[in-house]
Design a protein around this ligand. Sequence first.
Ligand code: SF4
Length: 460
Amino acid sequence: MKTITLEWDKDLLNKYDISGPRYTSYPTALEFSEDYQREDYITCLNSVSTDKSLSLYIHIPFCQNICYYCACNKIITKDKSKSSEYVKYLIKEIQLVSKQLKAKTLRQIHWGGGTPTYLTMEQISEIMQTIRGCFTIPNESSTEISIEVDPRALAINDIKALSLLGFNRMSMGVQDFDPKVQASINRVQSFEMTRDMMVEARKHGFQSINLDLIYGLPHQTRDTFKATLDKVIEISPDRISVFNYAHLPHRFKPQRRINSSELPSAFEKLAIFEYIIKKLQANGYLYIGMDHFAKPNDELAIAQQNNCLHRNFQGYTTHEEYELIGVGVSSIGSIGGQYHQNIRDVEPYYEALSQDLLPTWRGASMSFDDKVRKAVIFGLICHFEISKKEIEETFAIDFNQYFRNELDLLTPFITDGLLKVDGEVIQVTNRGRLLIRNICMMFDIYLNEMQIIKSFSKVI
Ligand code: SF4
């Protein structure tokens, strides 16, 4: 088995600690343009041939309480009546989109947010019925139907109801189990609540259960995070995502309620991160890439092993060949060589749909150069290695000639032992894996220094 081992080098991490994109798309959403219009999207939907399989992303923007660290597009409200209107228009959007598609085979469904479990089981069921009415799910047991769950916003009995509706994958937000950390981010969620939810999910056949953690939050230290990780390992999720908290209060208003003097120092944060990596690897988790770890028998780890791991707006995925349709406010889809994003705010989203119009906000049609660069960036981010020959054959280019400037930019990475480049391959070393974003950035034609500083979170 190909095992990715991370090598820890504090000096190098400090040297390369700049901000950069997470590359869930290329070009990134910053490059999407409002020149891409509804008609472009309709043409794109119409062009999908019947033999293509689809992946559907459903965005539910509501949350009951605000988590102070949050940078998502969400609506905080305790007024549950707000979701009824949203469900009505979401259903309308699913129906409108399906009418434009000849392809009907759905092989992957993902519900994200916000908080999908903010909706009642009746509302979730109504949406699932609409999906089943508009599309065909050929084999329910082999179709990934996943949902992001907030254990604070779901009754434990509803896990069974979700399973009966067809859900078979789950991701739960945790962030940290320490009570002081939880209080400082306004997300109080006991270990027992998370554990019981997990046990119940397993009982009802959920696979690939993921827990989200964040390091760099107020009051976190190596010791508090050790205690959190011990509890996480005790309940043994199949996947663990460990995100770096980026404190950007000028961009994200809720973060202004976080007292920056309570944040761990850069030194402490790096020490926490080092501890996470060593602890998870020592407990049998494989490093998949970016912020993700998985058990060796999880489908992400297996896909990486088989060189068929891919990346999209939900992070790593096992299927690139599916056309991705996004529904709900702000959702992003990817079809052929085009990206499409919906309107961000609910009122204009409702207004468009009330006129039977698809709620397009913006998008991008990938150029030839975008496609070449995407193949390089996604190859590196998923497999830490690319074959120059494969890129040359796929795109009929001379790799060394096409990327002569980029290969020059890679020189410091080679000198620092982060990368090996020869006539055949570009390979990220164990030392370089944590800095994969920095390496990918060298192939990103859209980046300039100011964008890097202003628009993205720190790489570590
Ligand atoms: S972190 Fe999740 S639950 Fe918390 S406010 Fe953001 S979207 Fe809502």
